[in-house]
Design a protein around this ligand. Structure first.
Ligand SMILES: Cc1ncc(COP(=O)(O)O)c(C=O)c1O
Length: 430
């Protein structure tokens, strides 16, 4: 977008919307379809933000819209007063696609609610209070969720006191908190995790360990498989629940139904949101029936959670991903994308790291000493926008770009996005 053009909504945005919430681009969208959005100035963009990792089947997929329209003609809201089919239809589908024996559910609206729900279920059922979470985690913005969020200190400013939480170091191999190399480290960071229950809180008081199996907002960090398996064993040995926050990484985003599937680890409780209903508000606390059955009546609740319309959208989303074999397609295309990004890394000194799985990929801008290069990252995002590609950033240093195509992207759309990224890298290298 040329800088001179001012959105028709700019004045209303400034007048009515608190600046607490930031926006990524300064234009109004008049139409969105599939992988593209068309703005008020007539320009069409390829959307690799997917509305912050939500539009997993693109914008307004015809099958999703058809299911929603059908539901609109029968029941829009129940408020947990009467039963409806779309809710149970969704449970049957979720039981099939969630890892291991996860098979009982509580529905809410946002990612934060799902994470809060998992923490409440873990505390209620274990009758313990402590939660261990991870440095760099983003779990949402309610008071409970900011207590476990450390992807950036801005999220907790002036909000203390927070819930009592213990923090482990996330296994981040590019920026190893212990300064070690994966080849020789013997997963030394797991010892720091174990030390928490030696020095800070007894194991018997820990209700759950809460972790993003792939860290999102914190920087698209993929931990070593061994770490996740060690964590599962530790939780089993100590009768502590393992909660996976898959609000961002779940529902096909990584080319598998859940990131858990990449590690061969089944959590006890799983927070699902974002992509699950292709843009309609829905989140899920998913758990092992042995745990969920003990979360007794009155221990939690909702008015809008599990809306009939959102459930219909979620059923259509899961059916579509399954029928069109979109998981395999995302995994296949991501190999091509990673190769392209790694070639760019070899060429341009300002690219420090390439990482991610499936369609949850990231480019980190940093020099050879790993000093974050926020300015280059911002220049890259702005130029990509000019070149017709919308992407968003992440990471506490603002130097990481996330790449989030819809799983319904055609091969031609993937090529188009890669070509824009290659062209833009060349421009910013000058
Ligand atoms: C991993 C993770 N957990 C929780 C949340 C919070 O979700 P919501 O903004 O829907 O409350 C997010 C949002 O980005 C997230 O990425």
């Amino acid at each position: 977008m040329s800088k001179q053009k001012v959105s028709r909504n700019q004045k209303r945005m400034e007048k009515y919307l608190t600046p607490a919430l930031g926006w990524d681009v300064e234009f109004t969208v008049d139409k969105a379809e599939g992988s593209y959005v068309t703005c008020e100035f007539g320009k069409t963009y390829l959307d690799w933000s997917s509305g912050t990792a939500v539009n997993i089947t693109g914008h307004r997929h015809p099958k999703v819209i058809e299911a929603v329209k059908k539901q609109l003609d029968t029941l829009v809201h129940s408020g947990c007063v009467y039963q409806y089919d779309s809710l149970l239809d969704l449970c049957e589908r979720l039981e099939k696609v969630t890892p291991g024996d996860i098979g009982m559910f509580f529905f809410s609206n946002s990612g934060a609610e799902a994470v809060e729900g998992c923490m409440k279920a873990a505390k209620f059922v274990s009758e313990r209070n402590a939660i261990i979470s991870y440095r760099g985690a983003f779990h949402g913005r309610t008071m409970g969720c900011v207590s476990v969020t450390t992807s950036n200190s801005k999220y907790t400013k002036h909000y203390t006191p927070l819930a009592s939480i213990y923090r482990a170091l996330y296994p981040h191999c590019y920026r190893c908190p212990l300064g070690l190399e994966l080849k020789t480290c013997d997963i030394a960071c797991f010892k720091q995790f174990e030390a928490i229950t030696k020095y800070e809180v007894p194991k018997e008081d820990v209700a759950a360990v809460l972790i993003e199996p792939i860290q999102g907002e914190g920087g698209y960090v993929v931990p070593p498989k061994e770490y996740m398996q060690m964590l599962r064993k530790w939780c089993d040995d100590n009768k502590v629940f393992l909660i996976f926050d898959e609000v961002q990484s779940g529902v096909a985003r990584t080319g598998k139904w859940f990131a858990a599937d990449h590690f061969g680890v089944t959590p006890d409780l799983l927070a699902i949101a974002k992509g699950v209903a292709s843009g309609f508000p829905l989140s899920v606390v998913a758990g092992r029936p042995s745990i969920m059955k003990k979360w007794l009546a009155g221990a939690h609740g909702t008015t809008f959670g599990g809306s009939p319309v959102s459930c219909a959208a979620a059923c259509a989303t899961i059916d579509l991903i399954e029928k069109e074999k979109l998981l395999a397609k995302a995994l296949k295309n991501s190999v091509k994308m990673l190769k392209c990004f790694n070639d760019l890394k070899d060429k341009y000194k300002f690219i420090g790291d390439i990482r991610g799985v499936g369609y949850m990929l990231a480019i980190e801008f940093a020099d050879k000493n790993k000093n974050p290069d926020k300015a280059k990252c911002e220049e890259f995002l702005a130029k990509c926008l000019e070149n017709g590609l919308i992407m968003i950033g992440c990471g506490a240093d603002g130097n990481i770009v996330r790449i989030l195509p819809a799983v319904t992207s055609t091969d031609a759309e993937i090529e188009e996005g890669l070509a824009i990224i290659e062209k833009t890298m060349k421009q910013i290298a000058k």
